[in-house]
Design a protein around this ligand. Structure first.
Ligand SMILES: NC(=O)c1ccc[n+]([C@@H]2O[C@H](COP(=O)([O-])OP(=O)(O)OC[C@H]3O[C@@H](n4cnc5c(N)ncnc54)[C@H](OP(=O)(O)O)[C@@H]3O)[C@@H](O)[C@H]2O)c1
Ligand code: SF4
Ligand code: SF4
Length: 426
């Protein structure tokens, strides 16, 4: 049944408790944002993978990025997610510029306090928050998150009484809604939710590979728990940082080819997330205009429980295959950078992932080794790593980066590591 809401939008109740808003002349659908009286577009713009110049992550291609964000907003996207550290601090600046010329009135901004990474004292909270407002050219933030909570960052949050600090900001109108993003297991997630009754929302990693509780995510169990506590759930890394949309191994492609309904890899991945009625908004870190256009069109076709049992069976076969390959799971989020020694960690792990997903083999190893040596200069290679471990403390995926780099040294630089446990002789 359709009726008009306070914004004169056509609203459709899909099933009890789930509201979709269908805006004529716009292209995405909307869902309720937790207990707030506000509907969020099912697709949110993640400003972490904006187009850059000469491959330098801190140099955003501003005209293109602004065009992409504004196109998304013109097509109904009303949630833009950024953070203090994205693109070396320039993502917040870019978002501030993109929301000029009337765009701020059409979309809400989410940004984050880097609690685990840059906060040591309470003074840091004020300093960082003021800097963020300045970068965004705003005097308040719609949705403010504690960034990347895990067990340790949660203890720091309690030690520094950050919740009290946030409540003060809310009372002064500088933060409208408060939440957290998390990379940790279900038990930690539950403890954080249960410890504080003023969370409006949370942000977790979810995609058809990361379904179970792990150090990366509280999984589907976490999604359902947060929803049961009336928190809006924002999803990040729905395509596992793009990995689920890149050319799959032959065996995986054969599974997709057997589908009755033909879909792009991005469509399978995104629809799987939107299939969960408990999800409010799915963030996608779109890096080209083509991706923005495609994802808006997929969002338009999305709906809770839209996938058939056959579709879900197919996806679970793909998931099993991926888990068998033991891919390393770097999402290229760049949280580990910069490495004090100049090691190009995400780029190197990208080559290694490609090698593992190609099922190894000598010819493939040689091909990837040549690409690796041609594109990564010797001072930025795996062999430059001094095993200090700084990167591992920052990696939200809890990856054993030093171990992977040792393996890369062995496979692509012919330098034997101290010990090699991985079997890649397939
Ligand atoms: N709070 C946190 O701890 C945290 C952590 C991670 C992310 N986030 C937020 O969550 C957002 C979403 O996460 P994510 O960026 O990892 O999302 P994602 O959707 O898993 O990955 C984005 C990547 O997927 C690929 N992609 C997207 N649409 C595509 C399409 N239609 N066709 C082909 N490829 C496509 C692109 O890869 P290529 O660029 O390689 O083409 C893009 O860069 C981030 O942007 C960020 O705002 C937050
Ligand atoms: S190694 Fe970890 S922190 Fe670095 S880019 Fe990959 S997932 Fe992100
Ligand atoms: S462990 Fe290696 S790659 Fe990681 S920060 Fe230290 S030197 Fe860089």
């Amino acid at each position: 049944m359709l009726w008009k809401n306070s914004l004169n939008e056509s609203v459709e109740v899909v099933r009890s408790g789930i509201v979709c808003v269908v805006k004529e002349c716009r292209k995405v659908r909307y869902r309720r944002f937790g207990r707030l009286n506000w509907e969020v577009s099912v697709l949110g713009f993640g400003a972490m993978r904006l187009p850059t110049i000469n491959g330098d992550p801190s140099k955003i291609n501003e005209p293109e990025a602004i065009k992409m964000i504004r196109y998304a907003i013109d097509h109904g996207v009303n949630y833009v997610d950024t953070a203090y550290m994205y693109h070396g601090g320039n993502s917040e600046v870019l978002v501030g510029k993109a929301l000029k010329d009337g765009y701020k009135e059409k979309a809400k901004v989410a940004t984050k306090m880097p609690i685990g990474m840059f906060v040591k004292t309470r003074e840091d909270l004020d300093r960082i928050f003021n800097q963020q407002l300045k970068r965004l050219q705003l005097d308040y933030v719609d949705f403010y998150l504690l960034h990347g909570l895990n067990k340790d960052a949660w203890l720091k949050t309690l030690d520094l009484n950050v919740l009290d600090w946030a409540e003060k900001q809310m009372a002064e109108g500088r933060i409208k809604h408060f939440g957290f993003s998390l990379h940790d297991e279900f038990e930690v997630f539950k403890e954080i939710i249960d410890s504080y009754d003023k969370w409006d929302f949370c942000q977790i990693q979810l995609n058809y590979v990361d379904t179970e509780s792990s150090p990366r995510t509280p999984g589907i169990k976490g999604l359902k728990y947060a929803h049961s506590r009336e928190l809006a759930v924002v999803i990040m890394e729905p395509l596992r940082g793009g990995m689920l949309a890149t050319k799959p191994p032959k065996e995986v492609q054969e599974i997709w080819d057997s589908a009755e309904t033909k879909r792009s890899l991005a469509e399978w991945g995104l629809l799987w997330v939107w299939n969960h009625p408990e999800v409010s908004v799915v963030l996608s870190g779109m890096s080209t205009m083509e991706q923005v256009v495609e994802n808006i069109s997929i969002a338009d076709r999305s709906s809770p429980n839209i996938l058939t049992p056959k579709d879900l069976e197919l996806i679970s076969k793909v998931r099993e295959r991926y888990l068998q390959y033991g891919f390393i799971g770097c999402t290229k989020c760049r949280y580990c950078m910069p490495c004090p020694q100049g090691v190009k960690i995400p780029e190197i792990l990208g080559f290694y992932d490609e090698f593992l997903r190609s099922l190894g083999g000598e010819a493939k190893r040689r091909e990837i080794m040549e690409k690796y040596q041609a594109t990564v200069s010797s001072e930025n290679r795996a062999s430059a790593c001094v095993k200090c471990g700084v990167c591992e403390e920052k990696c939200p995926q809890s990856l054993p980066i030093r171990k992977f780099l040792s393996e890369v040294q062995f496979f692509f630089e012919n330098i034997p590591p101290p010990s090699l446990s991985r079997d890649v002789s397939r």
